[in-house]
Design a protein around this ligand. Sequence first.
Ligand code: NAD
Ligand code: GLY
Length: 369
Amino acid sequence: MAVIRVELAGRGYDVHVGEGLVEEAGTLAADFIRKPSIAAVADRNSHAAHGQRLDAALAKTGTSVEWFITDPGEGAKSWAVLERLVDWLLERGIERGDHVFALGGGVIGDLTGFAAAVLKRGCGFVQVPTTLLAQVDSSVGGKTAINTRAGKNLVGAFHQPALVLADTATLATLPPREMGAGYAEVIKYGVLGDAEFFAWCEENGAEVIARDPAALEYAVTKSVEAKARIVAEDERETTGKRALLNLGHTFGHALEAETGFSDRLLHGEAVALGMVLAARYSARRDYIPLEEAARVTAVIDGAGLRSEIASLGLDCTGEKLASHMLHDKKMDAGTLPFILLRAIGEAFLDKSVEMADVAAFLEEQLRVH
Ligand code: NAD
Ligand code: GLY
């Protein structure tokens, strides 16, 4: 069991990582429960798999749970569901000093966090992430958001949770494809800032995917430590530090857009392909040797994730893929900064990338099998 502190003046909090933390929620979250009943949000899957565990754990300390349960999927990050959730919380008399619990993946964490950010100008919330992606990424750092017609995550707020309980036992029920997608975000921490951890992923990826308890706990702990460090340095993504967490996301976003943000390609799967492309593009720019890019491809392959965009069977040109990138949230005064590699474990922001060159590169990549 590990406890990682996210150091933020006046808003710092602990992230607990370990097996069976839901059973201890009554004591671990005691400081954030001040009434006989709490409000909790889940989707049907996370509630069915782990809702009763939270009910039973809190019952031990005399607290009952009232549930708001959404349909699974991105659709829950919408104005309509947010409105229903906020009304539901208000009907229950939630006050600023109360804490709403989020039991689920990134969708439930982002929705609940945003509702908490706007409810009475900000009430508390506790994250109990139940996907690998949510444990290593979305539950930590305070980015909350919903999707709108114009795109994903375009309306939101920075609102830090009061506590995160990342119980690795919740991952036992996660579909294998979701495990792979979450693992891509684990690998990302190695590629962007920790060569030693990347080497650990090369050796231990299969164990993590197979949910070996020790490997899983180590992978989640190392990832949360990395994210906590970056968030503490650049909470609101203003210095370029936090932007490094978007490694693989610009290329990945183009692939998600081309596949219609559908189940054809999960976000983490797109990030995996995006990291391969970022590494190969770094080699094209002579920042890293091709052999280093090949290591990134191999670690993605080893996790059973797609590593070649040709395997997606896209019917498009490199130019079209590149054009999707221009809708990226990172666009800054007409230029798109790319996160590239000086080495495995050393990502940097490159503002000198020409979109025509990216389009030519992607045209080639569409033919690599
Ligand atoms: P998700 O929340 O949709 O969960 C994936 C699937 O797993 C869903 O069908 C869900 O019902 C199911 N599920 C969840 N926990 C389960 C469990 N323990 N057992 C069985 N099934 C379970 O997806 P996700 O990958 O966790 O999160 C993706 C979302 O996170 C996106 O909306 C993305 O924008 C957001 N995100 C936010 C941040 C951030 O910093 N806030 C970072 C990365 C991603
Ligand atoms: N997932 C990227 C970030 O939290 O900044």
